[in-house]
Design a protein around this ligand. Structure first.
Ligand code: PRP
Length: 207
């Protein structure tokens, strides 16, 4: 499985802001928005393009547009903080939604909503979730996508744990990962170390 770590200095700086416990919710959301732009930019580097003829004010030339824009799938809640920025970069993209809450004791994802197109055959998908921890939420989400025929899925995560990467690898699902960092490990509560805490709570407050 391909894992692309976007360790550009500007990405590292945004991730540092997100990691810092002193960062308030507004600044955390702003840093995640900016980091999302960098991650989606790299995640779509090989996206197929169609060539079209255009006129500049000076001459005729060839231009490009995405020929098969991906479906964007933020995983609620935390992935919502990546959705708008990804959509601004790919305005023609459709968006689906998956709602999952991880049980804090069992660490299993509990699904509470799903809104996805019926068929995803031939369509690339970008799953947006700031955190890949045990990988349970991502495996659940990608299973929903592959049941609908998706065969080209990219997990776009601010941060990943080695345990989550391993879980995805072992699942055999058609996925690659684009992240700003693969951290050290998970702790006994299933939090990424050093991590950034809980990306949903840090953006929206604990519920
Ligand atoms: C977090 C995170 C992922 C999941 C990662 O969400 O945003 O969706 O946990 O953990 P996993 O890899 O072990 O499954 P959470 O369930 O806390 O919900 P929230 O987005 O509503 O805060």
């Amino acid at each position: 499985m391909d894992v692309l770590v976007v360790d550009h200095p500007l990405a590292r700086a945004r991730l540092t802001t997100m990691r810092d416990a002193r960062t308030d919710s507004a600044a955390f959301r702003a840093a995640l928005h900016e980091l999302t732009v960098m991650l989606v930019y790299e995640a779509t580097r090989e996206a197929p393009v169609a060539i079209e003829r255009i006129h500049t004010p000076v001459a005729r030339t060839e231009g490009y547009r995405l020929s098969n824009p991906p479906l964007l799938v933020p995983v609620l809640r935390a992935g919502l903080g990546m959705a708008d920025q990804a959509h601004k970069l790919i305005p023609d993209a459709q968006m689906g939604f998956v709602g999952l809450a991880r049980d804090e004791h069992t660490l299993q994802p509990t699904p509470y909503m799903e809104s996805l197109p019926e068929s995803l055959a031939g369509r690339p998908v970008l799953v947006l979730d700031p955190m890949l921890a045990t990988g349970g939420s991502m495996v659940h989400t990608i299973n929903l996508l592959t049941e609908r025929g998706a065969a080209d899925v990219t997990a776009v995560c601010a941060l990943a744990a080695p345990e989550g990467i391993r879980r995805l690898e072992e699942s055999g699902l058609p996925v690659r990962v684009v992240t700003a960092s693969v951290d050290e490990r998970l702790n006994e509560s299933g939090f990424i170390v050093p991590g950034l805490g809980d990306a949903g709570d840090r953006q929206y407050g604990a519920v």
